[in-house]
Design a protein around this ligand. Structure first.
Ligand code: AHM
Ligand code: MG
Length: 335
């Protein structure tokens, strides 16, 4: 029977043919991530019930203390990646150090996963969208145990990246470097179904997303760009609309669909930027570039940054190509 619905599982298997060298490991890795995402989704959906089912710090039915959702999400993804057998190291925003997966099945695993298990988790208390962001690399070392050097690769080396948005509906969006596809979770069948094939971000947009509360601490170029967004000009459809959810995944997802720019610049509180290169900026940059957009640190391409440390941060300007180019021009003082 052909229901006309294509599930993520079917899609991944079909796309495996795009990689002649593939033996199915990457497909299995993506499948493991999708399963963990469904488990996390179930818990995120129940977040509002915490007060009536038992508050954090109390004991659940299995006699375990109830965990904060970001800790829970971290455990779910690490557990799925550990038992899946395709991943030798997980680097998580929630853990200070890399996690070696030394189980027998992962002995010859060749993939590294960097993950932000629940981004924007401060939004959970008020029922606002949160997300998971992941990034996959192939290990470079050929023998022995994989090491930190295998994790500290440039964004250009990513073999896949994606995010899950737990919003008004739950979506998984990912790329393996051949375009971007989006899948919406159909809760009635428990499957991610292809809903946004070959996503393309509009070349230009009318939405800017930035925490303007930090305005006084922004670099001059950002201040001038914001003023530019607010000036009336019918030809460029200005003033633009300001939209800031405070969940990077949700803000970038909206801009990917409608066109727009998301900026988290350096500030006095975060002189190197707030967002992490490996867990947030690189995967989102890969996805947005694959959708036809652009991602910059204000002067250079995010994906070309050489990571030095695991939890390195960087400023980010990401979204519709024309808007990012314009913001870069302001940053360089030539707009
Ligand atoms: P987190 O990883 O601690 O959740 O922080 C990342 C989040 C992004 O999702 C969001 O865009 C940004 O931090 C919001 O920061 P701010 O509250 O400073 O505007
Ligand atoms: Mg985060």
């Amino acid at each position: 029977m052909n229901s006309g619905v294509k599930t993520l599982g079917q899609f991944i298997i079909e796309k495996q043919a795009d990689f002649p060298y593939a033996k199915g490991e990457l497909s299995r890795l993506l499948r493991d991530i999708a399963i963990a995402a469904k488990i996390v989704n179930r818990e995120v959906n129940k977040a509002g019930l915490v007060d009536i089912l038992g508050d954090l710090g109390t004991t659940n039915i299995q006699g375990e203390g109830q965990k904060k959702l970001d800790v829970y999400a971290n455990e779910q993804f690490i557990s799925a990646l550990s038992s899946g057998g395709e991943c030798c190291i997980v680097a998580s925003e929630e853990n200070d150090d890399i996690i070696y997966i030394d189980s027998a099945v992962s002995h010859n695993a060749k993939y590294i996963v960097c993950i932000d298990p629940l981004d924007g988790s401060s939004n959970i208390d008020c029922n606002v969208a949160v997300g998971t962001i992941f990034s996959i690399y192939r290990r470079k070392s050929t023998n022995g145990r994989a090491a930190l050097e295998d994790v500290l690769q440039k964004g250009t080396e990513q073999v896949a990246a994606g995010y899950v948005i737990y919003g008004s509906s739950t979506m998984l969006v990912y790329t393996t470097g051949k375009g971007v596809n989006g899948f919406t979770l159909d809760p009635s069948i428990g499957e991610f179904c292809l809903s946004h094939p070959e996503l393309k971000i509009p070349e230009d947009g009318t939405i800017y997303s930035i925490n303007e509360g930090n305005y006084v601490h922004f670099p001059e170029g950002v201040k001038k760009y914001i003023k530019h967004c607010q000036v009336e000009d019918a030809g460029t459809r200005r003033p633009y609309t300001s939209r800031y959810i405070g969940s990077m995944v949700a803000d970038i997802h909206r801009n990917l669909i409608k066109g727009g720019i998301y900026i988290y610049p350096t500030t006095a509180a975060s002189p190197g930027g707030k967002l992490r290169l490996l867990y947030e900026c690189n995967p989102m940059a890969f996805i947005v570039e694959q959708a036809g957009g652009k991602a910059s640190d204000g002067s250079s391409r995010i994906l070309d940054i050489d990571p030095v440390t695991l939890h390195q941060r960087c400023p980010i300007f990401i979204g519709s190509a024309r808007m990012v180019r314009q913001a870069e021009a302001f940053m360089q003082g030539n707009a």
